[in-house]
Design a protein around this ligand. Structure first.
Ligand SMILES: [Zn+2]
Length: 732
């Protein structure tokens, strides 16, 4: 009775809808069509194809589209596997290779056919710690080439297992799920659709909840596939189609860029580039290296790839295999040749990136969890809840993973280096939520107690030590991030795994304070945003815990001024930013006496190595009032001991006053332009070093090796309306 009803629906559906060609002149017209709630089935150069009701055809015509009724297609079915042939084929594979091939059904079609999955893997009946990869052959019943490819693939993997090392490794280390004929009813009826007339690739929930599909609700096959995929942990998947030759990726439903867009595009190109016809001769020809973002081609609401990525985190691709949906079977070996390497690479790629395993730190048992990978917080993935494994392809880089599980502390793992084309293994131990008490002392390096030191566990609690240096703090067991600090000491950061009540003692290193002064006197050019740079060299490797800077500027109107401090690492902080109104002079210590205006604060320098050239930029940005930089001093607080590292083998050509035996002059160019650089001796004889050289803003070095006679010299730099002269001494 149910079957009869379904057949009746199919019958009435075919009467109602006709195959049509909708002519388009410009690509943007495809969005006008989909905006009218008309689903495009194939997009060709110059026209779109669909199946439409009289009413829909009229709607298009009213909107000015030329619509042509087409006859239904006929297909050369000989030598293709029909449903019975497909079942017989996978049965013979399972029969011949029972240790690496098995089949199971995820449900039945509306007309009662089993939807078979052929699984290929070693230990094929066990869910192992291996990445899962899935292929669907036929989703549109009249696009059958994918089924043939999956049968070729199954043959190749099983027959050459044990003899071909690469194929053997894929079978041993991946779980490969093939659904050769998902829409078996459509295939048997030579129809694109499910038996109820629904387009199977317009029937899935749209990520933003938009309505979809031509039949209300979710069809039986769609629900069965979603239920199965929800229990799986598939990393990468492909659904094959016909009627074009291109890899199509997320999103179909919106023009917005999907999370991990660059990764998805890279994997898509990875498939296409291994398929010479798809990469070199794609259809449509305006493809991006054989690929296209779904919406950029045409909008589809309710596609499998959108649902699968949104719901399960699986990077699911829609791959159009061939411009002719149902080519002569004699072309199949060539289409298999085109796709073979791409399919094998795709299986391999599902295990690249991170291969992780999440377990309970105490028992070692798998822990079901969810996780995300910073900086992308919008996409949350899950691991395999039974085995505990997870697999995440990523572009090469350093990532932070955050794992969450019921009954466990959230676990953050930073600095995980991941490569796109190889595997990083990651063992994640989760700590159960158990209350623990942590106590201990904070002392200095001589063992003397430090009172009022702050002991903080990030995200948990903070406390202060008593006069004996003792502290006591509660937390949940797990990996805890301690920060222990006290003015005058180097702040201590430590990550400690705490599983029970524990004593932890901390030793804080006393901070040393070192001053680096310069007494250069430099006039500040009036009303010139290019300003001046003055440099200062710190000749010791000192880790900056804290920093202060003393500035001495005499000026008659300080809101004309910008003062900016730039570290050797290139960090820049605006000490003074045209504030202070009509006040005179900036003299004092930032930030203990003078507030830092920003952008930036002196804390921005924390953790940097102080070694190298520091620069102070000063500019006067209004006319009339003028002033002078009379010197400045860096005060560095560091746990390191200053011993002096080495004399720099260069002099600051423009503004460093330091007599050394020079090999190299350092030029700090305030403005891009043409410069002359020369060296003049005390007798006035000059040697040209650079003649009318175009120099960009910033540091440049000039070789002074040719100056061999010991004595006093001047380095003279001229250009851009400026002249700089510096005295230096050569001692060879
Ligand atoms: Zn299709």
């Amino acid at each position: 009775m149910i079957k009869l009803f379904a057949l009746l629906l199919l019958f009435s559906y075919n009467i109602e809808k006709q195959r049509v060609k909708i002519y388009i002149q410009e690509h943007k017209q495809v969005y006008q069509i989909t905006d009218m709630d008309i689903s495009i089935e194939h997009l060709k150069e110059g026209y779109a194809e669909s199946h439409l009701s009289e009413k829909e055809i009229q709607k298009l015509k009213d909107a000015g589209f030329q619509v042509e009724i087409l006859p239904e297609e006929t297909y050369p079915k000989a030598d293709y596997h029909d449903y019975a042939g497909m079942v017989a084929k996978i049965d013979s594979i399972v029969n011949d290779y029972p240790s690496i091939a098995t089949k199971f059904s995820i449900g039945t079609t509306q007309q009662g056919r089993n939807i078979w999955v052929l699984k290929i893997s070693d230990n094929v009946d066990t869910d192992e710690d291996e990445p899962e990869v899935r292929f669907i052959g036929i989703i549109h019943g009249d696009e059958p080439v994918g089924c043939e490819l999956l049968l070729y693939l199954a043959d190749t993997l099983t027959k050459q297992y044990g003899s071909d090392p690469y194929l053997t490794s894929l079978v041993n280390n991946r779980e490969i799920f093939l659904i050769p004929m998902y829409n078996a009813d459509g295939r048997e009826n030579s129809s694109r659709y499910l038996a109820d007339g629904e387009d199977p690739n317009r029937d899935f929930p749209v990520p933003d909840g938009s309505p979809h599909g031509s039949v209300s609700g979710i069809s039986q096959e769609t629900q069965e596939l979603m239920d199965w995929l929800d229990t799986m942990n598939i990393v990468l998947s492909v659904t094959y189609h016909g009627g074009a030759r291109i890899v199509n990726y997320q999103w179909d439903y919106t023009d917005e860029i999907p999370p991990y867009y660059e990764l998805i595009r890279r994997i898509s190109i990875g498939y296409a580039i291994r398929n010479d016809s798809m990469f070199l001769d794609p259809d449509p020809s305006y493809a991006d290296s054989g690929t296209i973002r779904g919406y950029e081609w045409y909008q589809v609401l309710g596609s499998l790839q959108d649902w699968a990525y949104h719901q399960t985190g699986c990077i699911d691709l829609t791959i159009e295999l061939n411009s002719t949906k149902w080519p002569s079977s004699s072309e199949l070996p060539e289409i298999w040749r085109q796709n073979r390497d791409a399919m094998l690479w795709f299986i391999e790629q599902s295990g690249h990136g991170v291969w992780g395993h999440v377990t309970d730190a105490n028992t070692g048992n798998p822990v079901p969890c969810t996780y995300y990978v910073l900086p992308e917080t919008t996409k949350v993935f899950k691991n395999d809840s039974i085995v505990g494994d997870f697999h995440r392809p990523l572009l090469t880089g350093d990532y932070t993973f955050v794992f969450m599980a019921d009954g466990y502390n959230t676990r953050t793992i930073s600095g995980v280096h991941v490569r796109y084309d190889s595997t990083t293994y990651l063992d994640v131990q989760m700590y159960p939520l158990v209350a623990v008490n942590i106590s201990g002392t904070v002392t200095d390096s001589a063992g003397l107690p430090i009172d009022s030191a702050r002991v903080e566990i990030i995200g948990v609690a903070a406390t202060y030590t008593d006069q004996n240096g003792g502290y006591n703090i509660g937390a949940n067991a797990g990996e805890l991030y301690f920060v222990v600090s006290k003015t005058g000491y180097a702040t201590l950061y430590d990550t400690i795994v705490v599983q029970r009540d524990t004593t932890i003692d901390f030793v804080l290193r006393t901070l040393n304070q070192y001053d680096f002064p310069t007494t250069d006197t430099v006039d500040i050019p009036d009303n010139d945003p290019n300003g001046i740079y003055d440099s200062l060299f710190v000749d010791g490797h000192l880790n900056i815990e804290d920093i202060e800077v003393y500035v001495n500027i005499t000026h008659t109107y300080i809101s004309d001024l910008i003062v900016r401090l730039i570290s050797p690492s290139g960090t820049g902080v605006y000490l003074h930013n045209e504030t202070g109104g009509s006040n005179e002079n900036i003299i004092g210590w930032y930030d203990s006496e003078l507030p830092v205006d920003g952008p930036g604060t002196l804390a921005d320098f924390q953790g940097e190595d102080a070694y190298g050239w520091w620069r102070l930029f000063v500019s006067d940005n209004a006319s009339w009032d003028t002033g002078t930089l009379n010197g400045w001093t860096l005060r560095i607080y560091t746990p390191d001991n200053y011993t002096g590292f080495s004399k720099p083998d260069m002099i600051g050509g423009i503004d460093l006053d330091r007599a050394v035996s020079p090999n190299v002059a350092l030029l700090l160019v305030p403005e891009k332009g043409h410069y002359n650089v020369k060296v003049v001796d005390v007798a006035g004889r000059s040697m040209r070093i650079l003649n009318n050289a175009l120099l960009s803003t910033g540091e440049h070095t000039v070789n002074l090796d040719n100056i061999r006679v010991p004595g006093v010299y001047y380095l003279v730099v001229e250009g851009c309306g400026r002249m700089f002269k510096k005295r230096f001494v050569v001692v060879r």
